[in-house]
Design a protein around this ligand. Sequence first.
Ligand SMILES: *Cc1c(COP(=O)(O)O)cnc(C)c1O
Length: 809
Amino acid sequence: MNKETFAAQFQEELLTTFSKQPDEATNKEAFQAIALLVNKEVNSNWQQTKQVHLSNDEKQMYYFSMEFLLGRLSETNLLNHGWYDVCCETLKEYDFNPAEVFQEEADAGLGNGGLGRLAACFLDSLASLNLPGHGIGIRYKYGLFQQKMVNGYQVELPDYWLKDDYMWETKRSEKAIEVHFGGHVKPAYVDNKLVFEHYDYEKVLAVPYDVPIVGYATDNVNTLRLWSAESTNNPFHFNSVQGKDYYHYLDYKRSVEKISEFLYPDDSSYEGKLLRLKQQYFLVSAGVQSILNQFLKSNQPLNELPNKISIQINDTHPTLVIPELMRLLMDVHGLGWDLAWELTTKTVAYTNHTTLSEALEKWPEEMVRKLLPRHYLIIEEINERFCQDIWFNHPELRDQIADMAIISYGQIHMAHLAMVGSFSVNGVAKLHTDILKDRVMKPFYTMYPERFSNKTNGITHRRWLLHANPELASLLNETIGKSWIQEPKELINVLKYVGDSSFQSELARVKKKNKSRLASYINHKHGILVDENSIFDVHIKRLHGYKRQLLNVFHILHLYHLYRENPSMNCTPRTFIFGAKAAPSYHFAKHVIKLITTVADKINHDPAIKDKLKVVFLENYSVSLAEKIIPASDVSEQISTASKEASGTGNMKLMMNGALTLGTQDGANVEIGAAVGSDNIFTFGLTADEVFEYQQSEKYKARDYYNSDFRLRNVIDQLINQSFTQDDVEFKDIYYSLLFNNDEYFVLRDFDSYVEAQQLIEQTYRDQSSWLKKSATNIAHSGKFSSDHTIMEYANEIWNISSSQYSKA
Ligand SMILES: *Cc1c(COP(=O)(O)O)cnc(C)c1O
């Protein structure tokens, strides 16, 4: 497509859709016209890809996830399709500012954080590698809340992302599916066969909205299918819609619509709410039924199911696929238990994302029995057979049956069900997988060693480098050629240039430009002037105790005290940048946000500090904001309490953009460190084993660190001595959590070693050539962390799917 053709089509689209000439069109109309243009092109490829998959009878993979954190799609779709440059040129020619036009698209924020973003990166890699893999999710009417900062506090506003039509979706009413909740189950004998009759249930209609997933430089188009809950027209077989029945109907309609209304805003924590369970079953039932329908159209025997379909469940949230597939195979398709079980457990694979006990899903038996009576019976039977299996075949585990059971103490343990009912269990970084095998899931590993494997997370370098950092991408193209775009490991060729002074100065120029752009954004948005030559030290991720934003703040306060007491001290100016949403009910996290904004306010306005320190809390951390911050980062804060962060993916995005990691030996930091070498990462703090050791021995005494380190004492005392606010209760919860609840996340324990690592960073930064060499080395090794690599491992080692390309040519 050349510019003339694109410009003509753009003009035509504006005319037919909005009856406008380019000079009359608004940014929104321009955006919509472009999306329509892209869709026209994509739709025919999409249709063709489906045909090819169908006629070649290839195995398909379905990625079930309660979250897909897509962000915007217009720019990446254009890039992947090779239209980005002509589109920008056309827009400029008609006096549009492309960035403003693309901003008209709302972020699809259908996810909380890393887990949802991982699902989105995986979709991009699947499509770009021509793999037949699709997403199955929920079309929440409201995505993750919008964070508004008011007087330094987080206020949550609903994210009505569908206010304007979502340009990338197609509603497929004809593919709607019924999902049944509640009711009763009655065993009966029909033709000498035991059957379960389900009656008096509530019907909900699941309507799919399909989003095409466009791969890079390929005509192949995969599908993300998002399900929306609608009421059926005649749920109770009313004869008249009058009086009582009418109100009854309204209540029903309202309760149905709630199912896909909003995303639960908790990350790494478990909500034992009925509505959440409904959402999970809604996703699972609609998804599995539609997959089976599609499979059955091919007239293959059900025995073929595991050879034609893999279902990957993203954490335990969609674990009900296991009893749902059992139900469909037995109750609808008439298979016996043993065959149904064999097919189910050869089809489903499970990814574990956390070992935090507060995040492990456990549903009350009673709730499941009421909402899903048939599934409850199936889960009971799975549990029964599993416990028997341990008893008879694994006597060494007999004394652990109670800990391993799927149902115990009135609760259903979803991780146990997921491990028992699937052929693959994977962790998301080497350390995390080892912790699963050696500790958290040890008895399951003893029983099923062959099921466990590691698949270290990854990120799509197309969004996080090619799209987010175009200047760096061009520098790389000029230096090592363009092959890295399709073969990210080719980035390793940058190693030849890491010591090259002209490459270094180009790299410095690019970073400076990105920092300057972020500085304008910060000034524009928050009215804070930051020094573009300062170190941009970035801590962006969900706010959580284990991610230890508090440790970062304590170091900032320590620097503040140091600089006030030593005004002539020689120091490198720093800008500390935070972005983080806290779950609305997570009070501790909200106190930490308020502490960050309070400290920021104090430091930014202290004339004694001048430009030495600035602290910025950027509002509403999201995919689009991450794309602005990451290319401008010098230091990547990855400072979780060791053992707590399963992988992290923010760490990968930042290294890929040349930031140096300041991190604990946790999650994928360990693998980043191994890839770049210890000279090119700043590591500090307790190791995971040391953390486990402390937890077992109960020898940690946070107060000892407070008593013996005056720096910590100064910082911690400030929390309650009214030096920030008149209100002395604001930060007392934080104070208590450290000194009275013994500092669960070892902030005080790691403080000294963190300060030391920060000093080393400052020293290193002063030698720009050395810094740039390290930065370039990080970029060179970042190809390893592309989700293309991760997805190839899943495809070969778990799903057994292979590339097959539809190509127009
Ligand atoms: C990558 C990403 C995350 C995950 O960040 P971590 O540092 O791995 O926790 C969360 N939110 C958004 C918007 C992201 O892009």
